[in-house]
Write a protein that binds this ligand. Structure first.
Ligand SMILES: NC(=O)c1ccc[n+]([C@@H]2O[C@H](COP(=O)([O-])OP(=O)(O)OC[C@H]3O[C@@H](n4cnc5c(N)ncnc54)[C@H](OP(=O)(O)O)[C@@H]3O)[C@@H](O)[C@H]2O)c1
Length: 244
């Protein structure tokens, strides 16, 4: 089986490490790619084609994991050449997923959930053809949600709205605790109910949010736009906090 990759960043580099089988060959291309990506491709030793079009033609499964901004363009350019499954793993809205389905015959909407550089993330999938990817469960915990495209995209947004809003709340409460000189004690008392790793997880979440606040704000804006029929008071407050 041949699995073609469009993108070779953190997500797909890790997937090629997790999915190890003599029966699976990975293909990608260095066409128009950055020095960093070309170096990662060369280091991985996976097979390289001259163009992504050729990658799409030769693959039984084509995986797109590049960027939310490029996902639709990639589908427009290469979807028509993919005769097998087209698995989109980008963090995109259900609306973009539906747009992509207009250019791709056998679309599976997917998400990698969990720490991306760990050896045990999970793969969530939906779409009528998603059964054909259940064999991946041998390598990565794989769960089909339904035949309905867009449901994994909705789950991704819901997860993101929860984690980002929680991070904004953590930032605010930690700042307040600091002002009272009670930061240590604040984490101590929460650790009693939230578990031993609460402090470490919270600090990592706070740092990650502060270091990527622009991207996180953009993602919250996308969530608010996507769920415009819901009030989302907390998400809007988190956005206000991140924009400060
Ligand atoms: N990181 C996570 O925790 C995570 C988890 C789940 C899902 N995702 C989603 O998965 C996707 C990839 O994430 P990542 O963390 O792997 O990103 P990343 O580390 O930034 O890597 C992106 C890769 O895609 C390539 N690329 C960008 N545009 C391309 C195009 N038009 N054609 C071919 N290759 C292209 C980049 O190449 P260049 O270097 O040449 O630009 C790079 O190799 C994103 O949509 C992200 O939202 C990420």
């Amino acid at each position: 089986m041949i699995i073609g990759l469009i993108g070779f960043g953190k997500v797909l580099q890790n997937l090629t490490k997790i999915i190890k089988s003599d029966e699976i060959t990975f293909l990608t291309s260095t066409e128009n790619r950055s020095h960093k990506t070309i170096e990662a491709i060369e280091k991985s030793g996976i097979e390289v084609k001259d163009t992504f079009k050729q990658v799409a033609i030769d693959s039984d499964i084509l995986i797109s994991a590049n960027s939310p901004k490029n996902a639709l363009e990639v589908a427009k350019n290469y979807g028509k050449f993919a005769k097998g499954i087209y698995l989109d793993l980008n963090n995109i809205s259900p609306e973009t997923t539906f747009k992509i389905s207009q250019y791709v015959d056998n679309l599976v909407d997917g998400a990698i959930i969990g720490k991306i550089d760990s050896d045990n993330p999970s793969l969530y999938i939906c779409g009528e053809q998603s059964d054909e990817l259940l064999f991946l469960d041998e390598f990565i915990q794989t769960r089909k949600i339904s035949d309905n495209l867009g449901e994994v995209a909705i789950l991704k947004l819901l997860r993101s709205s929860y984690t980002k809003s929680l991070s904004a709340l953590l930032i605010e409460t930690t700042e307040t605790a600091k002002q009272y000189g009670l930061e240590e004690e604040f984490f101590d008392i929460l650790t009693l109910t939230e578990g031993d790793d609460f402090r470490q997880k919270s600090l990592s979440r706070i740092n990650n949010t502060l270091n990527n606040s622009k991207r996180k704000s953009e993602e919250l804006e996308e969530i608010i736009e996507c769920f415009d029929k819901n009030e989302l008071i907390m998400v809007k407050a988190a956005l206000k906090k991140l924009n400060q």
